[in-house]
Design a protein around this ligand. Structure first.
Ligand code: PLP
Length: 409
């Protein structure tokens, strides 16, 4: 199988919404993946913060294989043990509380949260929603209406609900926007797709206070930030506050598609029978995968690994002095190297050439979100390679002298 050939077939067979990705991946093991040309890469993006346990993880593989061979699907007409154990495990990690809805993706987890909020709003004469500028909550129409990034949202508007956008991290702007007519506030603990942008310390505590003062639901979209990514099970736990509704997906299934929406207290009791559903939600294979992920994180103390290796990586990258690099932000194994505007695609490409997969999440930022099992040695190998990667990117970005217009004189 040739990579060039597959890229051509991809281009002909798929809608053009993703463009044509540059690499064909064929297999992986741990934090390493291989492409169709036999090149080896250290995977520092983990399928967008998804492959928590890396690739070809034995426990995950066994859990999935065994479950497929015994019962691959039940639908919500029947109970399967795996979904129950998973919901209980999530509750345990969340302090023993919460009611769970299982979905198949992030955007669906947010649709569930939005329907809860709409139901709450209708019952209490609350007519609008607040979310953050540049935030990302998904591509289905409800989640898209909450997504603050204009280039993603506006081509598909207008939307059925009234969403007001505030600058992210600005507690006073949020206070001004949230009244007792607001049904819910949707926020990420740090804005992932915006380039792993953390809010100022204390922001989530302020959000909690503003929502409490007005009776507004606080929805934390932890689809990217949870399941150990920041060194805590859930990023909101760093701030010691609890949202009313929590959404999860990406890292939860370790690569298998799964999403979850958790409602706490009255927010977990809003749906009546028949209010919501999905055929695949609670699928036993996805649930078995999620349990393997959660149990492995626990058994192997991966939260400690994330904190330690994340610090090593962040400090190591931040110590690099280079004209293209302006800073490093984020926490745990969820970081962004901040670059001069427009440099990110060249840095992503140079990193790939050097054997590292990262993601140019914004024109001025590359996202680093490796498997939670990344070793200190692997982190160091990227830190050591980073100056040469930046040099190569700078070289590639230099205007081609032949393409330069003749100098005027
Ligand atoms: C990825 C993401 C989503 C959407 O998840 P999908 O599984 O792609 O639908 C929603 N919110 C956040 C914060 C995300 O990072």
């Amino acid at each position: 199988m040739s990579a060039g050939d597959l890229r051509k077939r991809y281009e002909a067979a798929f809608m053009p919404n993703y463009g044509v990705p540059p690499v064909v991946l064929t297999s992986g093991h741990g934090c390493v993946v291989w492409d169709a040309d036999g090149n080896e890469y250290l995977d520092l993006i983990a399928g967008i913060a998804v492959s928590s346990l890396g690739h070809a993880h034995e426990e995950l593989g066994e859990a999935v294989a065994n479950q497929v061979m015994s019962l691959a699907h039940t639908s919500n007409l029947f109970i399967n043990e795996q979904e129950v154990v998973l919901a209980e495990k999530l509750r345990e990690l969340l302090g023993g509380e919460g009611r769970v809805f299982l979905a198949n993706s992030g955007t669906e987890a947010n649709e569930c949260a939005l329907k809860l909020a709409i139901k709450y709003g209708k019952a209490n004469e609350r007519t609008y929603f607040v979310a953050a500028e540049n935030g990302f909550h998904g591509r289905s129409m409800g989640a898209l209406s909450l997504t603050g990034k204009r280039s993603i949202r506006e081509p598909f508007g207008p939307f059925a609900i009234d969403v007001r956008f505030v600058p992210y991290g600005d507690a006073e702007a949020l206070r001004a926007a949230v009244t007792d007519e607001c049904a819910a506030v949707f926020l990420e603990p740090a804005q992932g797709e915006a380039g792993v942008v953390p809010p100022p310390d204390g922001y989530f505590a302020a959000v909690r206070q503003i929502c409490d003062a007005t009776g507004t639901l606080f929805v934390a979209d932890e689809i990217q930030s949870a399941i150990g990514r920041t060194g805590a099970w859930f990023a909101h736990q760093h701030e010691g506050v609890r949202p009313d509704i929590l959404t999860l997906a990406k890292g939860l299934g370790g690569g298998l598609p799964i999403g979850a929406c958790v409602g706490f207290g009255p927010a977990g009791e809003l749906f009546a029978k028949g209010d919501h559903g999905t055929t695949f939600g609670g699928n036993p294979v996805a649930a078995a995968a999620a349990l393997a992920v959660l149990w492995t994180i626990e058994k192997e103390n991966l939260l400690d690994n994330v904190a330690a290796v994340g610090t090593l990586l962040k400090d190591g990258l931040a110590a690099v002095e280079h004209p293209l690099l302006t800073g490093v932000r984020g926490r745990g194994l969820w970081l962004a190297a901040v670059l001069t505007p427009g440099a990110a695609p060249a840095v992503e490409a140079a990193a790939r050439e050097a054997g590292f997969l990262v993601n140019a999440v914004q024109p001025d930022a590359i996202r680093i979100a490796p498997p939670l099992i990344l070793t200190p040695q692997q982190a160091r190998s990227f830190v050591d390679a980073f100056p040469a990667i930046l040099d190569a990117a700078a070289g590639a970005m230099k205007p081609n002298p032949e393409a330069e217009p003749p100098k005027e004189n």
